[in-house]
Design a protein around this ligand. Structure first.
Ligand code: ATR
Length: 279
C-alpha cells in the first residue's frame, strides 16, 4: 500500500504541493501519495490524532495551524522552536516530530544565485511576519557579515532581532533601508506588498547592480520589486524557489532521499501557468 503524506491547512484548495510532491515521488520511484486536507481550527487535535493513527508518514502544515499544532507533537526540532512554527511533521511509529523547512528551503533557493562567500554577505530583510522569522533564523545560521531587518511595524522587527538574529545585526527603519540600500548585496522581500498591487515595499533608487534581490511572492511571477531591481542590474529570484525547496526538504524528511527539485520547480511553473497575474 502506498504511504500517505499530505497538507493540512484552512483553506488548502490553492496549494500546488500535491502535484509537486506526487511528481517527485513518481520520479524517485517511491510509493507515496500526497493529498490536501482542509482542517478547520476546531478540528486540528482530532485531525492530528487521526493522521497519526492512520499511519501517515508525515505531513505539511500551513496557515492557520503552523503554531497551533505544536502542543500536539511529541518533539519539536530546534529550528521550528526558534521560528515558533512547524510546517513539516514526521510520524515515526506514532511519535510525531515537528520541523520547519521554510527558512532552510528559502536559503537553498537563494544560494543558487549567491556567487560570493557568505562572510561577505550584507543582507537586508524586509518584513517581520511569519515568513520573515523563518528566513531571518535560517539566514543568521548561514553566517553572513550582517543582517538588517526593516518593517512597517518596527516592534515586530525588533522581536525577530531579539529572538532570531545576532548582536552584529540590526533593526533599521524603511527610510534608512532605502537610503543605505547600496550597502547590501542581498535584499529579501518577505512582505505581501506586490502580490495584489503593483507596488514596491521600498524605493530601490540606491540599489547596486549585481545585488541578489529575492521576493517570496510567486504570483505575479515578477513583482514590481523584481522588475525595478532587474532594471538596475540586480540578480532576481521569485518565491517559486522557496515553495519548491521547502517541499524538497519535507520530502527528504519523510523518505530519507532527496527529490528532483528541478522537476518540482517545473511542475510548479506549469501549474502556475494559467493563473499568473501578468502586469
Ligand atoms: P507571513 O506569514 O506571510 O509573513 P504576515 O505574518 O501577515 O505574513 O506578515 C506580513 C508582512 O507584510 C509584515 O511584515 C507586514 O508588515 P506589518 O508587520 O507592519 O504589518 C507586511 N505588510 C503587509 N501589508 C503591508 C502594507 N500594506 N504595507 C506595509 N507592510 C505590509
Amino acid at each position: 500500500m502506498r504511504k500517505k503524506v499530505g497538507l493540512i491547512g484552512y483553506p488548502v484548495s490553492h496549494s500546488m504541493s500535491p502535484q509537486m510532491q506526487n511528481g517527485a515521488f513518481e520520479k524517485a520511484g517511491l510509493s507515496y501519495v500526497y493529498d490536501k486536507y482542509e482542517v478547520h481550527p476546531d478540528q486540528l487535535a482530532e485531525a492530528v490524532r487521526d493522521m497519526s493513527e492512520k499511519g501517515f508518514a508525515g505531513w505539511n502544515v500551513t496557515i492557520p495551524h503552523k503554531q497551533a499544532i505544536m502542543p500536539y507533537l511529541d518533539e519539536i526540532a530546534e529550528d521550528a522552536l526558534k521560528i515558533g512554527a512547524v510546517n513539516t511533521v514526521v510520524n515515526e511509529n506514532g511519535k510525531l516530530t515537528g520541523y520547519n523547512t521554510d527558512g532552510a528551503g528559502f536559503l537553498k533557493g537563494l544560494m543558487r544565485h549567491v556567487s560570493f562567500p557568505m562572510e561577505e554577505a550584507k543582507v537586508l530583510i524586509i518584513g517581520a511576519g511569519g515568513a520573515s522569522r523563518a528566513i531571518s533564523y535560517a539566514m543568521s545560521k548561514e553566517g553572513p557579515k550582517t543582517i538588517a531587518i526593516t518593517n512597517r511595524t518596527m516592534e515586530k522587527a525588533q522581536d525577530i532581532f531579539s529572538e532570531c538574529l545576532r548582536d552584529q545585526d540590526q533593526v533599521i527603519s524603511l527610510h534608512e533601508a532605502e537610503e543605505r540600500l547600496t550597502e547590501f548585496n542581498i535584499v529579501i522581500n518577505t512582505t505581501s506588498i506586490g502580490m495584489k498591487e503593483d507596488r514596491l515595499p521600498l524605493r530601490v533608487n540606491h540599489l547596486k547592480a549585481g545585488t541578489v534581490v529575492s521576493d517570496i511572492i510567486y504570483n505575479p511571477f515578477k513583482t514590481a520589486l523584481l522588475k525595478e531591481s532587474e532594471k538596475r542590474g540586480a540578480i532576481i529570484d521569485n518565491g517559486v524557489a522557496m515553495l519548491v525547496f521547502q517541499g524538497a526538504l519535507s520530502f527528504e524528511k519523510w523518505t530519507g532521499v532527496a527529490p528532483d527539485a528541478s522537476l518540482m520547480e517545473k511542475i510548479v511553473i506549469e501549474e502556475l501557468g494559467g493563473s499568473y497575474v501578468n502586469r
